[in-house]
Design a protein around this ligand. Structure first.
Ligand code: GRF
Length: 205
């Protein structure tokens, strides 16, 4: 991407899409530094996909049933992204592990948001895991994506206190509020060239 250009961002989602909406709203702010050029979903009924259509954003449904393995899904995904000259891919509730082809083609250019302070509680139901474990603080993490599940270098984290009377729903709600701030902040910093990834460590410059 050239300096002074607007970062071409793609969103991958599978469901509700509230993080996508937070990013979309933020991208429309003057000087956000990015815009959403494509929304991809692997779920035809995803609310996020419906919203993308309402907003008039370019969107693609990739039917997992048409791709026999992760490799063929990945190749198609890379084609869709390449053809829109995407600079950055944001996984916003995308419930699928990306294949090698995709992770290599977009190495250092894929961000994921996860509702815990990684490396604690990777995978599904992170808020439930946090409650079951009994931690006093959880939160959310934006990280670069590698081939593992929720394992890539951490860009930003936000802490959220766990209250004695929290249910999975109440904790998820407060974490989600922070996700909606953290993800846009990470994308802005990314396009400002503020992240220097050195092995596992991400320095802000
Ligand atoms: C969020 O909690 C995100 O951290 C996780 O999946 C959820 C997606 O929510 N990866 P939404 O679809 O963005 O509303």
């Amino acid at each position: 991407m050239q300096r002074n250009e607007t970062g071409r961002t793609a969103i991958l989602l599978s469901g509700r899409g509230s993080n996508f909406e937070a990013l979309y709203r933020d991208s429309l702010q003057p000087h956000s530094g990015y815009r959403i050029v494509l929304v991809v979903s692997d779920n035809a009924d995803a609310l996020g996909l419906r919203r993308a259509r309402e907003y008039g954003l370019e969107n693609v449904f990739l039917d997992p049933e048409l791709y026999s393995d992760r490799g063929s899904f990945s190749r198609r995904l890379v084609r869709e992204l390449d053809s829109r000259k995407v600079d950055l891919v944001c996984l916003a509730g995308f419930m699928r592990i990306l294949g090698r082809r995709m992770v290599e083609a977009y190495a250092g250019r894929i961000l994921n948001i996860h509702p815990s302070l990684l490396p604690a509680f990777p995978g599904l139901d992170a808020q439930r895991q946090a409650l079951d474990y009994g931690v006093k603080y959880s939160g959310c993490t934006v990280h670069f994506v590698d081939r593992g599940m929720d394992t890539g270098p951490i860009a930003l984290q936000q802490c959220v206190e766990v209250r004695d009377d929290d249910s999975e729903e109440s904790l998820s709600r407060r974490i989600l509020e922070q996700e909606h701030r953290l993800f846009p902040q990470a994308v802005r910093l990314y396009f400002a060239g503020a992240f220097a990834v050195e092995g596992r460590r991400v320095r802000k410059r």
